[in-house]
Ligand binder design. Sequence first.
Ligand code: NAP
Length: 378
Amino acid sequence: MALSEPQLQLCSTLADDGTLTLSLESKTPTPLADDEVWVAVQAAPINPSDLGLLLAGADLSTAKSEGEGLARKLTATVPAAALPLFAGRLGHTLPVGNEGAGEVVAAGASAEAQALLGRTVALFGGATYARYRRAKVADLLLLPEGTAAEAGASCFVNPLTALGMTETMRREGHRGIVHTAAASNLGQMLNRICLADGIPLVNVVRKGAQVELLKAQGATHVVNSTDPDFEAQLTDALAETGATVAFDATGGGELGSQLLNAMERAALRSADAYSRYGSTTYKQLYIYGGLDRSPTVLKRAFGFSWGIGGWLLPPFLERLGQEGADRLRARVVSELHSTFASHYAARITLSEALDVDTLKRYAQQATGEKFLITPHLA
Ligand SMILES: NC(=O)c1ccc[n+]([C@@H]2O[C@H](COP(=O)([O-])OP(=O)(O)OC[C@H]3O[C@@H](n4cnc5c(N)ncnc54)[C@H](OP(=O)(O)O)[C@@H]3O)[C@@H](O)[C@H]2O)c1
């Protein structure tokens, strides 16, 4: 089978001495199994989780690129103190890109694979910053006829996580949600879901402009963590909504602890009697991102009825089962242009992703600054 352009994959390699190298690796395609297809990837978003794999916490002030076009390479240094965190990947060349969308350009012999020829599909599961991505038919999401690849590029990671938060809330018996870094692409989706489904949501952001952005999108409760009366505002919002499950994208610092403490203060407002053990209201904090790399600090004034855990999409989907996952995926497809629409600040090619100035911009993880890789554009 011949693909119309060479297969190229953006890869990240971390050497034992802490040198990180980003490069475009060329591979010879091998024959497809009956149930496989080649997808010409047309659009793939750069999400925070991609940056984790791509950059391994490298110090970007050391970044430099050499070479041009497809031969370009970018190097940067990962601080020695951080290297033990990445012991499992030292010396390995890892393909990058969690998700994306594109056109099926070659198919295995099965009827299911052949039926996808020429169709636009979304895919998830790694190695999407590539000209072509091989995939099993069962792992693809078929997009409705006429859907542009760009519209389907972010079908999985953020939409399913936002929906997963509301599913988790219901399954664990909570009435409402608190969400941090809430002006993120994911946060804006969660706000739209909660408004549509009547779920009380407290959005926590860190800038005035983010309060305005979410309020303009109909959000009821938006609290700015840099306001001097943040904790009082947060407690009022939690008392009003009854939200007792928090999803924290920052992970570091005291924010998670502040959320639990405010939930406890809100619960005590309606407590019948004093208990030295605190309220009986169960409060759950899920850390689901690592935007703040500083240590997680707990200042416990939240009694004894609480839990803290990690939350990650793939194991959540496994627990949910095939039927549940299919239900969420069907909703994403039917609301692709509304609830689950993503916006991109820029579109870049594979080689532009290895340009130092471009990298510094997309690595910021700032509100409204999500980039899209378009592997087939020159
Ligand atoms: N666990 C999972 O399975 C899973 C799945 C999907 C996504 N996620 C996580 O979801 C989060 C949002 O993803 P996204 O693609 O929606 O992000 P995004 O659109 O790139 O937005 C990132 C947001 O985080 C804010 N931010 C960055 N650093 C921060 C910090 N130190 N403290 C507070 N806010 C900070 C930014 O605000 P500023 O403009 O103020 O910088 C921006 O609003 C990420 O943490 C990602 O890893 C987790």
